[in-house]
Each structure stands twice: as structure tokens, then as C-alpha cells.
Design a protein around this ligand. Structure first.
Ligand SMILES: Nc1ncnc2c1ncn2[C@@H]1O[C@H](COP(=O)(O)OP(=O)(O)OP(=O)(O)O)[C@@H](O)[C@H]1O
Length: 467
């Protein structure tokens, strides 16, 4: 094991349990190539943990995973709240948890990795304990607001888009930090149940039982069979964006969500969704009986506008939607492609070049109605996407559960014509969906958000630096 432990009472005073100082120093030295040094972590006595969890009582029970149970622990006379992870398998057994059939138990792996990497966006390791049978228990930071999975799937008030974007950005930062560490850490099991929400309602990435340390070129990484949840995407790392790019993209999305003009505009457009409801009623029937559904863009291409979606094809049949037209679209100024480090020209004032790390403005584009296939309709708005459906989220608390707004978007063969703002804005949604429900997402998209989607979907098997 490459971690230190400190058992003495005095160690509590000298340990910085979160090691923020070390983290800040490491961040300052961006060009560091030295491997991350082990971080001092505490070794708790079993008696201490028994006492802190009231003998692992039902009252302190927090949750159960596929390989163990988690308890809330009141340590240091109640001054330190922590979560104790107790695995159920036997040490050195080859259990189903690790598809690589590694001889290293997940808790040992987690201790090894988390004792070298700490970050404000991770569920950090505080210490460990060896029980009388020799099994290790993990003591990690306590996350009082549960998992993102529960928040999205079971909460009576699922988070709105604004918060989801923040979660996505926070997790992207966590992954970026992992990839930027030396050697890089590959999590391999990013999913919403492994994202926990801290006391400040910020997302933290946890559960490093499957994580690997090493570069993509390293033999032990190459030889380790894939594990975790694999994504329906590009297999070569070069074709996927690095996490730095994903983080930058999400920062833009996050900023834009707070930008009043566009959101006011979107709010106005949400009213248009009401107009579509009639159409959705009809299309729900279609979705229930048709597997392959395709929208056809009908609109002038001369001015690169998508003016309307007027019919739906399935099989050889064409169905008109509420007459000839589903919805007229409007032009909206939009952000264009994301290029880290490129010049960015603001539309206003015209011609002023501002050095920005992120985007350039594209021409304004129009949008039509997006039709998704294979979706479970959510109320009446589940599968016809219009800008308004997204903006409705900005009104708080009316976010549809993500599994029901799963963005298996298709836009006929006209993916390139998708308004780029839609790409950017929906891009975040895609990321969130990935985090929300990785296994279930089946994108049929070819437009730009796919980069985010791919990024987060492939994190678990991606190796190397963030660039
Ligand atoms: N640090 C923590 N603070 C608070 N609650 C936690 C913490 N870690 C885990 N939990 C709770 O315990 C539950 C079980 O966590 P665990 O990591 O063992 O399994 P999981 O991630 O849900 O599933 P799997 O083991 O299949 O990945 C979580 O869903 C969460 O509700």
C-alpha cells in the first residue's frame, strides 16, 4: 500500500483531512510531472468505528450497494461526520464486482487511489480501518444529500436544468482532476449512483473501487479488461474531447443558462409547447406502435434555416402532423463551435475581438421541432423537443425525470442543420443524462453535443491526460 496512516491522537491535528493545501500547491504547479505523493490518511480502530456507527445500527445505515453497506459515523466525539463503507465479500476473493477478476479487493484499490488523489469535487477518503477479520473498512466524507441517482429518480422535486448543468460541470471537473493527476486516474464507473451531493448541494464523484491508475499506454491499463458500464460511442481517444474541453464547454453552458436574454426568449418559447401538445397527443400514439421514427426536415436550405417539421415517416408511410406543419421556427442567435483557445468575436459590439478560450459565434439559425425515437413519453412533452421544453426548466421544479427525456434525438439526416445553440444547450443535457442514467442512453445523434456525451460516456475507459 502506498498510503500513510496516522493513528495517534496528535495526528488529527496535523492531518489536513481534505489536504486542500496540498491540492492547491499541486494546482499551482501545472507542469508537475512527479507522481502524486501519498496523502496522510487516518487509521481508525475498529472499536472506534463500532462506537461511531452505534454498532453499525439501522439508525446509522445510509445505503446498500452491490458490494457492501454504508453507515453514517459520528467520529471524534461527534465533531467529524463520516460515511463508513463496509464490504460484504471476503478479502482476496474473486467476486463479481470486478469484472477483471482482480485479486485486489475494491476497498484496497479505493484506498490506494484515494490516498493519492484528493479534490473538492471527489468524495475524499478520510481514513480506513481493519476489522478483526482483516477486512478493510473505508471512512470517507459524509454526503448528506444522497446520490444524484436518487435525486433524479426518486425525489419529489428533481433538480431543474440550471442545477443539472452545475452538477455536470462539477463532475466534469472531478474527472478532469483525475485525468490530470500523475499518473492519471481512470474512474471506469461514472454513473449517477456514484455521484453524491454534499452539504452545499455540490456534486462529488465517489466509488473508486474499479478505478485504475496509469496512462493508456501502460501495460497494466491495457491489459485490464473493461469494467463498469460501457457506452453505445467513438473508440479512439483522439476522437473524443479531453476533459478540459468538456469543462470549458460546460462552463459556457452554465454561463449561458444564467444569461437573461436567451432565457427570457426561451421562456417565451415555452408557451409554444402548449401549441404542440395537440401534436404530441397524436405522436404518443405513433411512438407506442412504431419502433423507428424519423422526422423529416422540410424547410428552405437556401438561408440555412429549418423552417418547420411537417411530417413524420415510419416504415414507408408518411404521417402528417396536425396538418402540414408542426411548428414554425424562429431564428435565434447562437454560439457556434467550441474551440479552446480560439478567438471569440462578440456579436455586440460588432467586430470587437475578445480573447476567449471557448467559442465563436455562429450565424443565427432557426430551429424546428425535434423528434426523438424510442422514448417513453413524459406526460405530453416527453419526446417532442422544442426549445421551450428546455426553458420550462428554468422556471424551476418542472424538470421531467431525465430517463424520460432521454435525448435520443434525431433530426432526419439534417443533423448539421441543427442550430448550434441547441447543440450547446442540449449538450449539457446530454452530459447530464449520461451522468443520470448512463446505461440507458441510446443516442442517435450526430451533432455537436455528442462530444460531451461521448466524453462522459467514455471516461470510464479513457486513459491519459485531460488534453
Ligand atoms: N459518502 C457517503 N455519504 C452519504 N451516503 C453515502 C456515501 N456513500 C454512499 N452513500 C449511500 O450509500 C449507498 C450505497 O453506496 P455504494 O457506494 O456502496 O453503492 P452504489 O454506488 O449505490 O452501488 P454500486 O455498489 O453498485 O456502485 C449510496 O447509494 C448512497 O445512498
Amino acid at each position: 500500500m502506498g498510503y500513510f496512516s496516522c493513528n495517534a491522537e496528535s495526528a488529527i491535528a496535523t492531518c489536513d483531512p481534505y489536504n486542500w493545501d496540498s491540492y492547491r500547491k499541486r494546482r499551482k504547479n501545472k507542469n508537475q510531472t512527479k507522481p502524486n505523493k501519498p496523502i496522510k490518511i487516518r487509521e481508525f480502530s475498529y472499536t472506534e468505528l463500532v462506537k461511531a456507527t452505534s454498532t453499525f445500527s439501522a439508525e446509522t445505515f445510509l445505503g446498500k450497494g452491490s458490494h457492501g453497506t454504508v453507515y453514517k459515523a459520528f467520529l471524534d466525539q461527534g465533531k467529524l461526520l463520516a460515511a463508513v463503507k463496509k464490504t460484504t465479500h471476503q478479502t482476496n476473493s474473486c467476486n463479481s464486482y470486478n469484472s477483471s477478476c482482480s485479486t485486489v479487493p475494491p476497498e484496497d484499490n479505493e484506498i490506494e487511489i484515494l490516498s493519492r488523489v484528493q479534490h473538492p469535487r471527489l468524495v475524499n477518503l478520510l481514513g480506513f480501518c481493519v476489522d478483526p477479520t482483516g477486512r478493510k473498512l473505508l471512512v470517507v466524507e459524509y454526503m448528506p444529500n444522497g446520490s444524484l441517482y436518487d435525486l433524479l429518480h426518486s425525489s419529489s422535486r428533481p433538480p431543474g436544468w440550471t442545477r443539472r448543468v452545475q452538477f455536470a460541470l462539477q463532475i466534469a471537473k472531478a474527472v478532469q482532476a483525475l485525468h490530470a493527476s500523475t499518473p492519471p486516474v481512470i474512474h471506469r464507473d461514472i454513473k449517477s449512483s456514484n455521484v453524491l451531493i454534499d452539504e452545499y448541494w455540490k456534486a462529488r464523484l465517489g466509488d473508486f473501487g474499479l478505478a485504475l491508475r496509469g496512462h493508456v499506454e501502460d501495460v497494466h491499463v491495457k491489459c485490464t479488461p473493461p469494467a463498469g458500464t460501457l457506452g453505445c460511442v467513438r473508440s479512439t481517444a483522439e476522437k473524443r474531447p479531453g476533459m478540459a474541453e468538456v469543462v470549458e464547454g460546460l462552463k459556457i453552458v452554465s454561463r449561458r443558462i444564467h444569461a437573461p436574454p436567451i432565457w427570457n426568449h426561451l421562456r417565451r418559447r415555452v408557451r409554444r409547447v402548449e401549441e404542440v401538445d395537440r401534436v404530441v397527443d397524436r405522436s404518443e400514439e405513433i411512438v407506442s406502435t412504431v419502433n423507428v421514427l424519423k422526422t423529416v426536415r422540410v424547410g428552405g436550405r437556401r438561408n440555412r434555416k429549418v423552417s418547420s417539421v411537417s411530417r413524420v415517416e415510419y416504415g414507408s408511410e408518411t404521417i402528417g402532423w396536425g396538418g402540414d406543419r408542426v411548428m414554425r421556427s424562429k431564428s435565434i442567435g447562437s454560439f457556434g463551435e467550441i474551440k479552446t483557445g480560439s478567438d471569440y468575436f462578440r456579436r455586440k459590439p460588432v467586430g470587437v475581438a475578445v480573447k476567449m478560450p471557448v467559442v465563436k459565434l455562429s450565424k443565427s439559425r432557426s430551429m424546428g421541432v425535434l423528434q426523438s425515437h424510442g422514448l417513453v413519453p413524459y406526460k405530453k412533452r416527453g419526446f417532442v423537443f422544442e426549445f421551450g421544453t428546455e426553458s420550462s426548466d428554468s422556471r424551476e421544479n418542472d424538470a421531467a425525470p431525465p430517463q424520460q427525456l432521454r435525448p435520443a434525438l434525431t433530426y432526419g439526416d439534417e443533423q448539421e442543420d441543427l442550430p448550434e445553440i441547441l447543440c450547446n444547450e442540449w449538450g449539457c443535457c446530454h452530459v447530464l443524462f449520461i451522468i443520470a442514467d448512463l446505461a440507458a442512453v441510446k443516442p442517435s445523434i450526430g451533432f455537436r453535443p455528442v462530444v460531451y456525451l461521448e466524453a462522459l460516456k467514455r471516461i470510464q475507459i479513457r486513459c491519459g491526460s485531460s488534453n
